[in-house]
Design a protein around this ligand. Structure first.
Ligand code: SF4
Ligand code: SF4
Length: 438
């Protein structure tokens, strides 16, 4: 099976790939406790005394290969770190120049930039707006919650600088989305976080990211640990903060993740439907309709989003930047060859091939697909390895949202393909059995 199969574009098979490029590697100006990327500086053994910056030759090679490797009406570049704005505005002007040099006629080129916002200025925002960048801004909620973990190198909170960035983004009409980490603290304050993002930040798009990190995450790659050592679902040592927990203390627990999603979902359905964009909820509505989940974490297969370090090394995914998951380097092989290589395809299809029996039988498999493989490090209660750490939370949320999502789809005149209230199941009961409120 080949990932490139699909719709046609310009008379040829459509070919799409996505890479998160890290032109400054893991280097960052702040020091968030739960950052999964800072430790890559040691893991990837950056040369001592050298600034890990993508040089011009690698940058141009990457941009050319990324454009030539795709056959779609739009090509989207994603820039991440570390903190990519540390490279300075001129570096990003150079990026746009290289893109123009290789831009084929009639093809739109767009850029995403993931940032902690602390270095944004008027000049930066003018540039971002002018060049139509979509900015992903990391912000964890109101001051106390944000500052708990998102600190600078001196250990002080970064809330004020990030709120300054929010102001600048609005002032210059820069497109942006917020990325909010759901950790042990934010998960206990779902409405404070959500209302703050909605009412104060006025976030046009909200993305919530569950923080799941075992204490070994800095050096041990996912799926390389001893299977026999996996703990069973429900084991107290899986609860962050518990004595002898294998999890970092700032992680969200499975139960807290489910409760967070439920509280935010209820607020969203009751007050903000059609007005506020919450990525997980919009994606869930699509899956209930029978469409593919647009998010890799909840999709059937993965492997379509690679990560590339400053020196051109390419890895299977942003969450798999470990030597074991390196698939090559763009100075040795073309990017599309790496992206569609057997090794990468095996990585992508392993997501569905390694599902536990519990997932295969799960009534919400259509919406979850066992979630991200990086989080599959526990055993089911029956002792089968490879279950997702967040399983209980996801299941609780899906069961809670099921009726409301079906109701939303019905009200909008759309089919309900899945869930307990699917059109097929409702017909089996009787015509008017559908609930008339959330
Ligand atoms: S490993 Fe997780 S984050 Fe990476 S592509 Fe797969 S589902 Fe997405
Ligand atoms: S909710 Fe749990 S059992 Fe169901 S598919 Fe997701 S991880 Fe598997």
């Amino acid at each position: 099976m080949i990932i490139t199969q699909g719709p046609q574009f310009q008379g040829k098979a459509s070919k799409r790939l996505h890479v998160m490029a890290k032109p400054i590697g893991a280097v960052c100006n702040i020091d968030c406790s739960y950052c999964y990327y800072l430790s890559k500086e040691d893991l990837l053994e950056y040369k001592k005394g050298c600034s890990p910056q993508m040089d011009d030759e690698t940058l141009e090679t990457y941009i050319r290969q990324y454009i030539e490797g795709q056959n779609t009406p739009e090509i989207i570049f994603s820039w991440q770190g570390g903190e990519p704005t540390l490279l300075g505005l001129d570096y990003f002007k150079k990026i746009v120049e290289f893109q123009k040099k290789y831009q084929p006629e009639g093809i739109l080129i767009s850029n995403d930039l993931q940032t902690n916002g602390t270095l944004l200025t008027d000049k930066w925002c003018e540039f971002l707006a002018e060049n139509n960048f979509l900015v992903g801004l990391s912000i964890d909620g109101p001051e106390m919650l944000h500052n708990a973990y998102r600190t600078n190198k001196a250990g002080r909170g970064t809330f004020k600088q990030v709120m300054n960035a929010v102001e600048l983004l609005h002032k210059h009409n820069v497109k942006f989305a917020t990325l909010t980490c759901v950790n042990n603290l934010t998960s206990r304050n779902p409405l404070e976080v959500y209302r703050f993002l909605r009412d104060v930040v006025k976030s046009p798009q909200m993305q919530f990211i569950p923080i799941v990190e075992q204490k070994t995450f800095r050096t041990v790659a996912p799926q390389t640990e001893q299977i026999a050592a996996q703990l069973r679902q429900g084991d107290k040592r899986l609860i962050p903060g518990n004595k002898e927990s294998i999890m970092e203390p700032w992680c969200v627990s499975d139960e807290a993740w489910g409760n967070f999603l439920i509280a935010v979902f209820d607020e969203w359905t009751q007050h903000d439907l059609g007005k506020v964009f919450v990525q997980y909820f919009e994606a869930s509505v699509e899956t209930w309709m029978g469409r593919k989940n647009p998010l890799c974490t909840l999709g059937e297969i993965c492997g379509k989003g690679l990560a590339m370090e400053h020196n051109g090394d390419v890895f299977a995914c942003d969450h798999y930047v470990y030597p074991e998951y390196k698939i090559g380097n763009i100075h040795n092989e073309e990017l599309d060859t790496l992206a569609f290589s057997r090794k990468q395809q095996e990585f992508g299809f392993a997501k569905s091939k390694t599902l536990t029996t519990q997932c295969q039988k799960c009534e919400y498999k259509f919406a979850c697909h066992g979630e991200c493989p990086k989080n599959r490090f526990i055993k089911t209660r029956d002792g089968e390895p490879g279950l997702n750490y967040l399983c209980a939370g996801w299941k609780k949320f899906f069961a809670h949202a099921d009726k409301s999502i079906a109701y939303i789809l019905k009200m909008l005149g759309n089919p309900v393909q899945h869930g307990k209230y699917s059109d097929a199941k409702m017909q089996q009961v009787h015509q008017n059995a559908f609930p008339t409120k959330f």
